[in-house]
Structure formats: structure tokens, C-alpha cells
Design a protein around this ligand. Structure first.
Ligand code: GSH
Length: 246
């Protein structure tokens, strides 16, 4: 158990009663998580790749939660994600994957939520039903609307050329149109807001911002959206973002 490796017990001001009234009990209070001194034998492993925006989402969240996660790099270009050992963890053959003891989890937004709940970061993952549902709304929005055109542009403009191919202008045009459609929605939501849901950084921001990780290289037209651009710049100033840049 992680908690075996914690020096301090509960952080000052930690309200144990809150866990039970809401039915959510953090396994490791987050203020104590930063004081974990060693991984222990059953430490959390996160299977990642440096260029993956989805892996970055999980990595950023681990940092925000001060969880000492061991990152295991999966050689996506060498096809390691299609090897039986990896498929046994995630039959989809994709990173990120989390392994915490006998608990295995894929899907970056689910992993981010697990980290936040594990350490009791209820600011990131609110307990209030309306706020929590808004977080989930943006997580779904990222998966359904925002990331697909971005992934297409990354594929056309970065991955294809890296393999000696050439981007298809028609595919690029369709993806850019779709990107602008949803970037407009995001921009409107962020007008006069610091974070997606207001004053507090939440998993809604953690869901959406990492999708823009390759904005410059993939020439995503984010400059056309001022509130979006400012918010993304703010997100990239977070220590958790900087510390996961490589
Ligand atoms: N919805 C998944 C997407 C995961 C995903 O697409 N991962 C990509 C890297 S960004 C991957 O592992 N691709 C390898 C492959 O498809 O072979 C998540 O959020 O975790």
C-alpha cells in the first residue's frame, strides 16, 4: 500500500468526516502524497509515451496530485503497444495505462479521475453533483469533438511526413474546419474565465488542454481564439505541465 511509505499522517485541516458523508474516501490524502519517500514494491506504474497528448493528461494529473508514479515508456513507433504483454494490460493497444497493484486502468480521463480521487483532490474532481457533471461534460466533449480533428491534423502534418508521406490537403481542410467549429465553443466558454469552470483548475482543464500539446508543430489555428490561447498559455505555465515536457 502507498500509505505505508508516507512519513506524515493526515495533512493539517483534513476533514475525515467529509469522506464518509459523500461516500468518497481518498486512499492517500494528497498533501501527504508529496511526502512519499519511495515507490515501495507495489507502486503506481504509468505506461506512457512522450509525444502522446493522452499520456500527458495522465502524467500532468499525477504531478498535480503529487503522486510518485513510475513512468514506463512504451515504444509506440516500434509497435510495443501491439505486443501480447501490453495488450494484456490494454487490449486497445494504446497508452496511457495505469497499474496500481492489481488494479489496471486505461483511458486518460479515467486515470486522471482515479489519481484525483485517490488523493482526495476534490478541487480537481468536485463532489458537488453539478460541478462534477460539468467536469464529465468536458471530458466527453474532449473525446467526442475536440481531439478527433486535432488527431487528424497531427497525423497529417507530423506523423505522415515523419514516415516520408505527404499530408492530404482535403483531409487537412476538413479537420481544420472541424477544429475551428469546436475551438469556437471552447473560446466562448473561456471568455472572462481563468479556468474552464471558473476560478478553480479542475479535471475539465486537464481533459482539454493536453489535446493542444502539439498546437504549434501541427499548426493548429489557436491564435484565432484569444480566450482559448490565453487559457492554454496559463495551463502550460503550471509546474505539472513543465515537469512533463520530456
Ligand atoms: N481515449 C484514449 C486514447 C489513447 C490513445 O489514442 N493513445 C495513443 C497515443 S496519443 C496511442 O497509444 N496510440 C498507439 C496506437 O494506436 O497504436 C485515452 O484518452 O487514453
Amino acid at each position: 500500500m502507498f500509505v505505508d511509505h508516507v512519513i506524515a499522517s493526515e495533512p493539517a485541516g483534513f476533514d475525515a468526516g467529509q469522506w464518509w458523508t459523500t461516500g468518497v474516501k481518498p486512499i492517500l490524502p494528497w498533501a501527504a502524497a508529496g511526502q512519499v519517500t519511495s515507490y515501495g514494491e507495489d507502486h503506481v506504474k504509468l505506461y506512457v509515451h512522450a509525444i502522446s497528448p493522452n499520456a500527458r493528461r495522465a502524467r500532468v494529473c499525477a504531478k498535480l496530485c503529487h503522486l510518485p508514479v513510475e513512468e514506463v515508456v512504451v515504444d509506440l513507433f516500434g509497435g510495443e503497444q501491439r505486443q501480447p504483454e501490453f495488450l494484456a494490460l490494454n487490449p486497445n493497444g494504446k497508452v496511457p495505462v495505469l497499474v496500481d497493484g492489481d488494479f489496471v486502468l486505461c483511458e486518460s480521463n479515467a486515470i486522471a479521475q482515479y489519481f484525483a480521487l485517490k488523493v482526495g483532490r476534490f478541487d480537481l474532481c468536485p463532489q458537488d453533483p453539478r460541478l462534477r457533471s460539468k467536469v464529465v461534460q468536458w471530458q466527453c466533449w474532449e473525446l467526442a469533438h475536440f481531439s478527433p480533428p486535432i488527431d487528424t491534423l497531427i497525423s497529417e502534418r507530423l506523423l505522415k511526413p515523419s514516415r516520408g508521406g505527404v499530408a492530404d490537403p482535403a483531409v487537412e481542410a476538413t479537420a481544420e474546419k472541424e477544429f475551428r467549429r469546436f475551438a469556437k465553443v471552447l473560446d466562448a466558454q473561456l471568455t472572462e474565465k481563468i479556468w474552464l469552470l471558473g476560478e478553480t483548475l479542475t479535471l475539465a482543464d486537464v481533459a482539454v488542454a493536453p489535446a493542444l500539446m502539439h498546437a504549434d508543430a501541427a499548426r493548429l489555428p489557436i491564435a484565432e481564439f484569444p480566450a482559448l490561447s490565453e487559457w492554454f498559455a496559463r495551463f502550460t505555465e503550471l509546474d505539472a505541465w513543465r515537469e512533463t515536457s520530456g
